[in-house]
Design a protein around this ligand. Structure first.
Ligand code: C5P
Length: 217
């Protein structure tokens, strides 16, 4: 295994497959992984459980300061309304600054890390050795989300999921601070017609090539 630190930045819209890919890459390269979406979800969740409005900036900043990366509970934060709340509090620059500082501290630990989110390659880790931008058509992403819900015994309407995904894309890509977009030096991985296995192999090739180039330099 490569001795130099390796930071892998993965960005992309909701249900693009970036989370699954990030976990597989972290496992393969023996790197710690942070799903930065959970940090925004933790803030949205804190406001929801205290019955506070999602546009209460100072409460959101207080909740952001209290986020502990070691205590992020994926299960508790996975609900759909928590994701919606997350994308609403994620527009506030003060909230972003507090969370980005915590995410950078994670990213710069010895040995490196894999981080996934919306602004990892552009803002959190602009010097990451490898940047991936994982995307898929909104229709394909909605279909994946529906299969996930059904696999857990739930029920949902494809048209509603598609409308949610489109609204979330607009909010994440349209905000003024750190909008979702590929970094200039990101590798694009369109998973619309690609299995997660194929996406993993493509990412692995890109990362191995970057490591080989660095070792030659
Ligand atoms: O990826 P996930 O769906 O958990 O993210 C929830 C929301 O958190 C996103 O819709 C986005 O608004 C916000 N987010 C962000 N920057 C990140 C990660 C997530 O703004 N790095």
């Amino acid at each position: 295994m490569d001795a130099l630190p390796l930071t892998i930045a993965i960005d992309g819209p909701a249900a693009s497959g970036k989370g699954t890919l990030a976990r597989r890459l972290a496992d393969y390269y023996h790197l710690p992984h942070l799903d930065t979406g959970l940090t925004y979800r933790a803030v949205g969740h804190a406001l929801l459980i205290h019955g506070l409005p999602l546009d209460n900036v100072s409460a959101a900043e207080t909740a952001a300061r209290q986020v502990d990366l070691k205590k992020l509970d994926r299960e508790a934060l996975s609900a759909h309304e928590v994701g919606e709340a997350a994308s609403k509090v994620a527009v506030f620059p003060g909230v972003r600054q507090i969370l980005v500082d915590k995410q950078r501290a994670f990213a710069t630990q010895a040995g490196g890390a894999v981080l996934d989110g919306r602004d990892i390659g552009t803002v959190v880790c602009p010097d990451a050795e490898v940047k991936l931008y994982v995307t898929a058509s909104a229709e394909v992403r909605a279909g994946r989300r529906l299969r996930d819900i059904e696999a857990r015994g739930g029920h949902a309407e494809l048209a509603e999921i598609l409308a949610d995904i489109t609204r979330r894309d607009e909010r994440d890509m349209g905000r003024a601070d750190s909008p979702l977009r590929p970094a200039a030096d990101a590798h694009l991985l369109d998973t619309s017609e690609m299995s997660i296995e194929a996406a993993f192999q493509a990412a692995r090739t890109l990362i191995d090539n970057a490591l080989a180039k660095r070792n030659k330099a």
